[in-house]
Design a protein around this ligand. Structure first.
Ligand code: PLP
Length: 400
């Protein structure tokens, strides 16, 4: 066998991959599996966006793009930040990456050294701690409690900050809980961050448009403009415009950091597919009612799923304020045995049994750092969601 890097050893196989592998095996046996495991919109990319890509390809936008993004997309991103976030960024303060994920990769690679710490609110999207670990930094976890609507509280942030903290990650609306921080929460968080003037702040706002019940999502750089010089405001077209496969994300941030991130990206990928960038610019400049329509649909599905889950004895479920997941607690189901005789000791046991016995794929909360919960994606049709919820109800009913 060949040699592999030490860095690779910091990458554990994610729980999502294990669930996907088990789901595939069952499908191969001819079972019909409902998958609520993936965080991917079921909508098609808007046709006008696809047409913009078509035109870009015909018009010869087929050469190497500038590493940090095409001028046209960077201009559209600057307009978006101004219009939607009240944030003014110059072109030199903006970069385009292969998804929001590469923004994080670039930012962490450009700044982290062995022994540094990255503060991540729990529960979290798995990539923050995984990417931080790749660069030798230690993730440090700030707990967000269900009683607080899974919002990050300033006191908890304050508790985990140290002299080694290099980054604080904020992700509201949150994956997996859907929590949205209020303006007041953000102001209190900013107050803590002011005490640590050397710490960078990653504000992942990729779910910003998917907020419900009149909630509003806040950008920390707009709430606390004095912090803007340390904030990377991350966003992208994947979730808002149903464009996960186009791989376009972007960030606004201080010029020196954006330049360092571009240097990383230049070596990794030479930038983002020019055709996809033309499509993303069309999406950002396109009509806002498409996004509104999708947000309304997710809101309706969320309410339906949460209400169905709350009917199940042993299951609790907070009402998510944003994103497109439900995060039910299953503590009341643990210690029981399934119809097939499996003992449910953890949320992983529950998720595996649910998949194998009721054919519903979910992700256990432990994968996001907070157990015992499940994450269900509501980015699928109401008929499928109803079927999934009744399968979960039957599954739990048959546990004893
Ligand atoms: N941030 C969060 C919280 C996410 O859930 C995701 C995708 O799952 C991303 C960022 C990155 O998305 P993309 O790389 O498709 O832009």
């Amino acid at each position: 066998a060949g040699h592999f890097s030490r860095r690779l050893q910091t990458l554990p196989p994610p729980a999502t991959i294990e669930m996907a592998r088990r789901a595939r095996a069952l499908r191969a046996e001819g079972q019909e599996i409902i998958s609520l495991a993936l965080g991917e919109p079921d909508f098609a990319t808007p046709p006008a966006v696809v047409e913009a890509a078509h035109q870009a390809a015909l018009n010869g936008q087929t050469k190497y793009p500038p590493v940090d993004g095409t001028p046209a997309l960077k201009a559209a991103v600057a307009r978006k930040f101004g219009r939607e976030n009240n944030l003014i960024y110059q072109p030199s303060e903006i970069m385009v990456s292969n998804g929001g994920k590469q923004v994080i990769f670039n930012a962490f690679m450009a700044t982290l050294n062995e022994g540094d710490e990255v503060v991540v609110p729990v529960p979290y999207w798995v990539s923050y701690p995984l990417i931080a670990s790749m660069f030798g930094a230690a993730p440090v976890y700030a707990r967000c409690h269900e009683e607080d609507g899974f919002r990050l509280k300033a006191a908890e942030l304050s508790r985990v900050m140290t002299s080694r903290t290099r980054w604080v990650v904020l992700n509201f609306p949150n994956n997996p809980t859907g929590a949205v921080c209020s303006r007041q929460d953000m102001e209190e968080i900013a107050e803590v961050l002011r005490r640590y003037p050397d710490v960078w702040i990653l504000s992942d706002e990729i779910y910003e448009h998917l907020v419900f019940d009149g909630m509003q999502s806040y950008s920390i750089a707009a709430v606390a403009p004095d912090l803007k010089e340390r904030v990377v405001t991350l966003n992208g077209v994947s979730k808002a415009y149903a464009m996960t496969g186009w791989r376009v994300g972007f960030a606004g941030g201080p010029q020196a950091l954006i330049a360092a991130m571009s240097a990383v990206q230049g070596n990794a990928t030479s930038g983002v597919c020019a055709i996809a960038q033309a499509a993303a610019a069309a999406a950002l400049d396109g009509p806002a009612d498409l996004v509104q329509h999708m947000a309304k649909t997710y809101s309706r599905r969320r309410t339906m799923v949460v209400e169905a889950l709350r009917q199940i004895p042993g299951v609790t479920c907070a009402m998510p304020e944003g994103a497109f997941y439900a995060y039910p607690g299953i503590a009341g189901c643990l210690g029981r045995k399934t119809a097939a005789g499996r003992l449910l000791e953890t949320d992983r046991d529950f998720a595996i049994a649910l998949l194998e016995e009721a054919h519903v794929a979910t992700v256990p909360g432990s994968a996001f750092g907070l157990a015992p919960y499940l994450r269900l994606s509501c980015a699928t049709s109401e008929v499928i969601l109803e079927d999934a919820c009744s399968r979960i109800r039957e599954f739990v009913k048959n546990c004893h």
